[in-house]
Structures are given as structure tokens and as C-alpha cells.
Design a binder for this molecule. Structure first.
Ligand SMILES: [Zn+2]
Length: 174
């Protein structure tokens, strides 16, 4: 679930970030995904609002579960999908068709919405197991290594934030 959560952080959606991770019977990671625009569709040119009509992100965004399934390079029969949010009906269709046999989810905040009710209905009928992960685990990840690097290394790094903002860089060397 931690890998699914970290995947969700890559989403450009300003409101809802969802991540998924598929593992095989030996708990080896097969694939990950997060909600995002289709390949080749520029994030900055696509709508991210929940508006009506063609301005709605819902017409374009590929959900994390679908991305994880589509990016998988191997057969998913018997695999388990970890998702930070209970899958919608569209994703559950893909989950069922892919052969995934179990879903572990973190949040079920849309449990009363039609999409979620329909999702549970088809998952039950297809015999896909699903369970909520109850956890009070907190994981802190610190990727800050700038104190170990020379100023030149930071300047040469591809990090635009550090490269472009000299004042920010100076802060590290006080
Ligand atoms: Zn979905």
C-alpha cells in the first residue's frame, strides 16, 4: 500500500491523487499507476476541473488502477491490486477482466456513490475479494541530500527548483 500511496503523489490532479500497485502471489510488484492524462496529452493543456461537458477532467483522466493494469507486462491472473481508494465501476470492470483476484484499498470515502455501489455489485458477482486496509502506520521519507552535495553538483543537477533559484540554493549554504 505504501508503494500505491507513493505512486499517487505523482498525479498532477490538484484535488484527487490516487495510486495503485499490483503484486503477484509472491508479493512481488508487477506494476504501479496513478491517475493522470493519457500519454501524449499535455497535463498543462488538459482540464483538471470537475466541470460539466468537455471541460470536465472525468472525460479524460485515466484512473490509477487502469494505468497499473495497462502498464503490466505479465499475466495478472491471481494478482492482488492495492489502491489508495476503492475502485470505481469502470476500473472494477478492468480489474475483473484482467484476472486480478483481490483488491486491498485504503479509503472508501465515495462508498455511497452510484459508481461505487455498481462497482461492489460487479465485484461481488464476479467473486473478486476486497478488503479495507486498516492502518495507523506513518511513513516519513526524506529525500533531501543537498547537504552532502557540492554547490557545483547541485547547479549541475536537473532539479529546476535548485538550478533556477539561486536564493534557494544559498539557503543550503548558510
Ligand atoms: Zn476508476
Amino acid at each position: 500500500m505504501s508503494v500505491a500511496y507513493i505512486s499517487s503523489l505523482r498525479s498532477k490532479d490538484p484535488r484527487t491523487q490516487v495510486g495503485a500497485c499490483i503484486v503477484d502471489k509472491n508479493h512481488r510488484i508487477i506494476s504501479t499507476g496513478y491517475n493522470g492524462m493519457p500519454n501524449g496529452c499535455n497535463d498543462s493543456e488538459m482540464p483538471w476541473e470537475s466541470k460539466q461537458g468537455l471541460e470536465s477532467k472525468y472525460l479524460y483522466v485515466v484512473h490509477s488502477e487502469q494505468n497499473a493494469i495497462l502498464h503490466a507486462k505479465s499475466d495478472l491472473t491471481g494478482c492482488t491490486l492495492y489502491a489508495t481508494l476503492f475502485p470505481c465501476n469502470e476500473c472494477s470492470k478492468s480489474i475483473i477482466q484482467s484476472g486480478i483476484s483481490e483488491i486491498v484499498y485504503l479509503s472508501d470515502k465515495y462508498k455511497d456513490m452510484e459508481q461505487t455501489i455498481a462497482s461492489r455489485f460487479i465485484l461481488n458477482m464476479a467473486g473478486i475479494k476486497y478488503r479495507q486496509l486498516i492502518s495507523d502506520t506513518k511513513i516519513e521519507i526524506n529525500l533531501n541530500n543537498t547537504r552532502e552535495l557540492s554547490k557545483q553538483q547541485i547547479l549541475e543537477s536537473s532539479s529546476r527548483l535548485l538550478y533556477d533559484d539561486d536564493k534557494y540554493l544559498e539557503l543550503f549554504y548558510k
